[in-house]
Each structure stands twice: as C-alpha cells, then as structure tokens.
Design a binder for this molecule. Structure first.
Ligand code: C5P
Length: 243
C-alpha cells in the first residue's frame, strides 16, 4: 500500500479491544464473551471487514492478549490489522493505536473512525451516515443520540438517592464510531491525557465543535450482564427472514 502526502484523505478504522470489561460480569474480557454463538468482537469486526470504503481497520489488543487469533481466525488479510499495544485506559489504547497507524503509513490528514469493540450490534449504514456527514467537515464528528429520559444526578450512598435533576434539553448520549483526522486526534489525546472516555471530548478540549450525527438505540455498548441477553434478542429479530 502506498500513500501520497497531500492526496485525498483515506478512511481507516480503529477498534480498541484491550479492556477488561469488569462491569459485564463475564468470565474474562467482555469483548470475548459469547453473543449468539460467537465472541462479541467477531460481530463488531464483521462490519468493519465489510466496509470496503475503509482502507484497513486496526484492532488494538492488550499486550498479554492470548485469545484474539484463536477466537477470531477470520480477521486476516491486508485490510485486517491488529497490534498488541493496548494501555490501562481506553484513551491510552486509542492513542497507542493511532501511533501504530502512523507507523503503518496513515497520514495526518487521513480520517480515523474509532469504534468500541463492545458495540457489537453496529450496522454498516450507520457508519456510512457518519462518513457522509463528516467527510467534508473541518473537524469531524460522532454518532450520538438525543437523550429522551429525564436525567437524575445521584449522590454517593447505597441505595442510590437523587441529588438533582439535570435538564435534558440539548443533551446527547455519545456513541461510536467517532471520526476525526489522525493528526488532530493524536494531538487532542496527547493533550487530554489518559482519562477521557471518548475521542470527541479530547477534540472539544482543543476548542473544536464536532458534528453530532444521529446514531441508533441498537448501537449500544454491551456493558452490564443483562446487555448480552438483550443483544441476542435483537440479533434474533435481524436474522428472521420476514423481519
Ligand atoms: O470500558 P469501556 O466499556 O469504556 O470500553 C470501551 C471500549 O474500549 C471496549 O471495546 C474496550 O475493550 C476498549 N478498551 C481498551 N483499553 C482499555 C479499556 C477499554 O481498548 N484499557
């Protein structure tokens, strides 16, 4: 693969897959927990492998990961990259993945779409919606959903009690993919440090205003034990020919 400096920007995927996923209550990292007979991350990566607009997708694994090639053997070929460069936080894993992309020839003006391995119900049309909304944007953007529920701020005690009601007007819940240029994103994450929980917040901290593009409720991050059963029910409805 060759790269022309100053040529049209290309699209790359970056899938952080180096978390421990303790909240899911699974036996081991949640990205490897079974979902409809396959590891969660295999569902996620099937979508990225099928997005032919994307030059290549890099999966960021934990340095001591000894399962990936065994449980996702189909992740191979010139567009399916992986690297064991994950860090202690999601932001560190993404930053290390971006450095790896640069080593592999991705240019600062190329677009990178960062997507959680744990959002295994992703559909290609949602990624394409983001790409077409942000392809000409100066900053980039993210899939997100306007918040429908009334928001409560809880105190520290157990059982939880309400401290305050947070006005929901204008609030969106951030999803992934989040799409930014490699150069901007590397600078933003380096400045923001290891604790930011998404790419957009790092870019915002530099003074930019990323685009909010409508996501989908089914693009949720499998986080809690009940999420796997819900995801399986949704996948079952997708697989029904009449649906
Ligand atoms: O922990 P959280 O649910 O926010 O993780 C979101 C995504 O980031 C997951 O796909 C997880 O594997 C990844 N992650 C990572 N490195 C970490 C922590 C999380 O790649 N240290």
């Amino acid at each position: 693969m060759s790269y022309t400096i100053g040529g049209p920007p290309r699209l790359f995927g970056l899938v952080p897959c180096a978390g421990s996923g303790l909240r899911a209550g699974t036996d081991g990292p949640k990205q490897y927990a079974p979902l409809a007979g396959r590891p969660l991350v295999a569902h996620t990566l099937e979508v990225w492998a099928g997005l032919l607009e994307v030059e290549a997708t890099l999966v960021v694994l934990a340095p001591d990961d000894d399962r990936f090639e065994q449980v996702v053997p189909q992740w191979q070929g010139p567009r399916c990259w992986s690297a064991r460069v994950g860090g202690l936080t999601r932001a560190e894993s993404v930053a290390a993945g971006l450095a790896e992309l640069a080593v592999r020839g991705v240019q600062p003006h190329d677009w990178v779409l960062v997507h959680d391995a744990a959002r295994g119900l992703l559909q290609p049309q949602w990624v394409r919606r983001l790409m077409s909304a942000c392809g000409d944007d100066e900053v980039g953007g993210l899939l997100a959903l306007p918040v429908a529920d009334t928001l409560k701020q809880a105190g520290d005690e157990e059982p939880a009690r309400v401290d305050a009601t947070v006005p929901r007007a204008g609030k969106w819940a951030a999803q992934t993919p989040q799409m930014f240029r490699l150069g901007l994103l590397r600078a933003a994450l380096a400045a923001a440090g290891p604790q930011v929980t998404d790419e957009s917040s790092a870019v915002e901290a530099l003074g930019h205003r990323p685009r909010l593009v409508s996501g989908d409720p089914e693009n949720f991050k499998l986080t809690w034990p009940g999420d796997f059963a819900l995801a399986e029910r949704l996948l079952a409805t997708r697989m029904t020919p009449s649906s």
